[in-house]
Design a protein around this ligand. Structure first.
Ligand SMILES: C[S@@+](CC[C@H](N)C(=O)[O-])C[C@H]1O[C@@H](n2cnc3c(N)ncnc32)[C@H](O)[C@@H]1O
Length: 277
């Protein structure tokens, strides 16, 4: 996994500034309350494992550090649940929307925002201990994920918890990408995944991980739990029109069967960990 190490961070920043994550989750005017409400409904409808994984209510009165908040869907929910949140993102465009969102919902006093590269987090966020360090779908997009993990440790103590989502290599999404591209060359996985991992093609950096690769990335941590979640079963063209219709290939598969398959082939590798003592 060395293909992305030489990608300049500016390329990553430009990509996410050009199209902040989930920005098209609602057709309503961007920045309005209706827009943010729809973004949230759609995100958690398609990815119901997120609120389960984040478990927002359990962080009431606690300190949460979010790495890569994007336009702030989870950020707002931590704050709403009563957490005191520090949220970081590399993309100024994303962060501006997250900040707007915080003020639209009167939560600005519960969230501190910082713009910067989390590979050097301790250079621009005051080092302090947090109850939760949370990062959903972010660390695999930076050229040096191990630098982020090294920094994160400084913001944790023995009682802190880390919850991160990284993309899973052995996934239905990978097979889908290979089918779409008509490329079955396992030597080109990183390139194929990066090109197709996001709504906007051509992400400059997208690593993906096996369970063992996550264990080695988090070698200084004690893993509490690892699991896979999320197979996108919706018809993509209908989804783009804001309609939810199951893709034909899933028509005869029950929700229970999909849930079983997600444990094996889900695209989101969810890890909970603590610092190793
Ligand atoms: C797929 S989005 C996820 C956003 C958010 N966590 C969510 O679930 O909606 C990835 C985010 O990671 C941010 N990002 C990528 N590399 C980063 C880095 N080195 N430091 C901080 N943020 C970064 C991007 O700007 C983008 O907002």
């Amino acid at each position: 996994m060395s293909t992305f190490k030489d990608v300049p961070i500016k390329n990553v920043q430009d990509y996410w500034n050009a199209r902040p994550c989930n920005i098209r989750h609602s057709p309503k005017p961007i920045g309005t309350k209706e827009y943010f409400d729809e973004v949230e409904v759609r995100k958690y409808a398609v990815e119901p494992h997120i609120p389960q994984f984040a478990d927002f209510p359990s962080w009431k009165g606690k300190r949460v550090l979010e790495i890569g908040c994007g336009i702030g869907t989870d950020t707002i929910n931590f704050a709403r649940a009563g957490a005191k949140v520090t949220a970081v993102d590399l993309s100024k465009e994303s962060l501006e929307l997250a900040q707007k969102r915080a003020s639209v919902f009167n939560l600005a006093d519960r969230i501190q925002f910082f713009c910067g590269n989390s590979e050097e987090l301790d250079q621009f966020v005051p080092v302090d201990k947090y109850d939760l360090v949370y990062s959903f779908g972010v660390i695999h997009h930076t050229p040096h994920p191990e630098r982020v993990i090294k920094c994160i440790r400084k913001f944790m103590n023995a009682d802190s918890e880390l919850r991160i989502m990284l993309y899973s290599k052995a996934s239905y999404k990978l097979f889908w990408i290979m089918k779409e591209e008509c490329v079955w060359d396992m030597g080109r996985l990183d390139e194929l995944i990066a090109r197709n991992s996001e709504a906007q093609t051509g992400c400059p950096v997208t690593y993906s991980y096996t369970f063992n690769e996550v264990r080695s990335l988090l070698s200084d941590f004690q893993i509490i739990e690892m699991q896979k979640a999320h197979i996108f079963t919706w018809d993509i063209e209908a989804y783009k029109r804001y309609e939810f219709k199951k893709d034909a290939i899933w028509a005869n598969v029950s929700d229970e069967q999909i849930a079983e398959l997600e444990k094996e082939l889900g695209w989101h590798l969810l890890t909970r960990a603590r610092l190793a003592v």
